[in-house]
Design a protein around this ligand. Structure first.
Ligand code: ZN
Length: 203
């Protein structure tokens, strides 16, 4: 399976990092080794001094598709959860300055903790899914899917022009504003539609 991540998909977050507004979805990938088993702590990596959390809705692909029509895109994902796209922001800034790829800042081991998936059909408000994250008990990020610049269906259509999507692949759909640093000892708790989905510690 592969993990696809969408960057710059919420206006307020694009502004907080002083990035340009995208005209089409931009994406990058993380390998399967980026997944963090539920319940395991996240070990702060020794190669970074500035690891940021990005709390995101995460879709699960349910059938194989290539060059998927946006109108049919909703048939290709059936489940959703929340996750963190951990980012070594110091390394990412260096990569951006040099015009290098982002992998060392984004694709490292355990950089993609995710919760258990829920069927989208079972959500009360699938048109505007709310999510958030509490850092040490304090809410630091809150988002609503209606605020995305590119919808789930637009993302699926765009990504599948370039990369075949397969059952079991997952897509991080971008972070709202409020990204920030984690530190050793922090506790992160993620929410979907107001329900606590999972919790983990930074070691
Ligand atoms: Zn992200």
């Amino acid at each position: 399976m592969k993990i696809i991540c969408i960057g710059r998909n919420y206006l307020a977050h694009v502004k907080e990092l002083d990035n340009d507004l995208p005209t089409e979805p931009m994406f990058f990938m993380k390998p399967e080794t980026a997944l963090l088993p539920i319940g395991e702590p996240f070990s702060y990596p020794d190669f970074s001094k500035k690891v940021h959390y990005e709390t995101e809705l995460v879709l699960r692909i349910c059938k194989t598709g290539k060059a998927i029509d946006e109108k049919l895109a909703s048939e290709y994902y059936d489940a959703i959860t929340v996750g963190i796209d951990f980012t070594a922001r110091d390394l990412q800034s260096q990569c951006k300055a040099k015009g290098h790829p982002w992998e060392i800042a984004k694709a490292f081991d355990y950089s993609a903790p995710i919760g258990k998936f829920k069927k989208i059909s079972e959500l009360k408000n699938a048109d505007d899914i709310s999510f958030g994250m509490k850092l040490n008990g304090e809410c630091v990020q809150q988002g609503h899917s209606r605020d995305m610049i590119f919808s789930f269906d637009k993302i699926i259509a765009h990504v599948s022009r370039f990369v075949t999507l397969k059952e079991g692949d997952i897509i991080f759909t971008g972070t709202p504003q409020g990204v920030g640093e984690v530190h050793v000892g922090d506790r992160l708790e993620l929410f979907l539609e107001g329900n606590s989905m999972f919790m983990f510690q930074v070691n």
